[in-house]
Design a binder for this molecule. Structure first.
Ligand SMILES: C[S@@+](CC[C@H](N)C(=O)[O-])C[C@H]1O[C@@H](n2cnc3c(N)ncnc32)[C@H](O)[C@@H]1O
Length: 343
């Protein structure tokens, strides 16, 4: 929240000096005149350190704050508020989705999290919300996040000519997968596609928008992601070719229909190789198989898993390409293998 004290104009200068001495003047915002039902006042911007009252004056939440200038960097703007040790832990990066800033804040900065959120909003005046990120959990890939500033957590992120509506506290959106989303947007023209782990349409919406496959069947198990998938199909105007299905892809994936199957899920993806291969046309097709794998096994384990699953179904495999999507954790990479499955 942006705090202010409202004071009669003639007393404003005295209070401003007291706020400087008391170290609670917020120098990032403008002192400005306001007209209210109770009369005309000066609004003196103050920090959290001012508490609820200052010398008998109530502290208000300011509407539409006006900022003096864009701070150079997050660390720079927090210099006067944080100790040396705290400054060393200030996050160096964050994600912006639509008008929402998502930031990981270490435990040591717990009691400075609101100040950090305020500083970030100053840097990005077009953003309206800051949420703290604690990572992604479980099969549904749900993020653990805390709202720090602002109210709405739903936004529309525009990327590569596509719209992705989402609630950042309910669904994930990996910035590290951007190149893969772009790569998928160049594939699939005129084909029948099955996206086994569609999420909110991360890979199949760019494909639908840019490559115009004949048909995309997008399967998603998490009802919250599924609701956004349907919304994104509508927002991107691809209803004519996109069929969303809510369910477990190992049970509801069609058989013998696809030219190409997307498997954009990591952790236990290999368990779904059987249904993915069965979803391809009898004569075969292409798999995009994702896996998180220790670096030393990146050129063997995913390929062997595909070969084993194909062999069980009496199919052959040609490995077309293996590449890194991103670093997943120390020594572990998220890779994607493109494989041609044939009779
Ligand atoms: C990790 S997300 C995709 C993220 C994407 N790669 C990106 O760019 O951010 C994978 C999705 O698969 C869904 N999922 C997991 N298991 C599934 C299953 N058995 N059937 C269908 N969807 C599933 C999850 O709910 C999640 O939305």
């Amino acid at each position: 929240m942006y705090r202010v004290i409202r004071i009669a104009t003639e007393k404003g200068e005295d209070l401003r000096k007291k706020a400087i001495q008391g170290k609670f003047l917020d120098t990032s915002r403008k002192i400005r005149k306001v007209r209210t039902e109770e009369g005309n006042f000066l609004e003196i911007p103050v920090t959290e350190a001012a508490g609820e009252r200052v010398e008998g004056f109530r502290v208000f939440e300011q509407e539409n704050p006006e900022f003096l200038e864009k701070p150079g960097s997050l660390k720079e703007s927090l210099k006067s508020l944080l100790s040396e040790a705290e400054l060393a832990s200030v996050p160096a990066g964050w994600q912006i989705l639509g008008d929402i800033i998502i930031v990981g804040i270490p435990e040591i900065l717990e009691n400075k999290k609101t100040r950090i959120a305020e500083a970030l909003l100053l840097m990005y005046p077009k953003c309206r919300t800051v949420v703290r990120d604690f990572g992604i959990e479980g099969q549904f890939r749900q993020p653990k996040r805390e709202l720090l500033l602002g109210s709405g957590t739903e936004t529309v992120n525009k990327e590569h000519g596509c719209f992705f509506k989402q609630d950042v506290t309910k669904v994930m959106y990996s910035k590290g997968n951007l190149q893969e989303r772009k790569r998928m947007s160049r594939l699939g023209e005129g084909e029948i596609i099955v996206d086994m782990f569609a999420g909110i349409g991360y890979f199949s919406i760019p494909m639908a928008v840019h490559s115009r496959p004949k048909k995309i069947i997008g399967i998603e198990i998490n009802p919250e992601s599924f609701a956004y998938l349907k919304e994104n199909i509508r927002l991107n105007k691809v209803e004519d070719i996109f069929v969303p299905i809510c369910g477990d892809c190992s049970k509801v994936a069609p058989e013998g229909t696809a030219d190409r199957v997307l498997m954009g899920y990591v952790g236990t993806t290999h368990h779904y190789l059987g249904p993915a291969i069965k979803a391809l046309k009898k004569s075969g097709g292409i798999l995009h198989y994702h896996e998180t794998v220790p670096e030393g096994l990146a050129r063997t384990r995913p390929q062997e898993r595909i070969e084993k699953a194909a062999c069980k179904l009496g199919k052959k495999v040609e490995i077309l390409e293996t590449h890194r999507v991103k670093k997943y954790s120390p020594g572990v990479f998220h890779v994607v293998v493109d494989a041609r499955i044939y009779e």
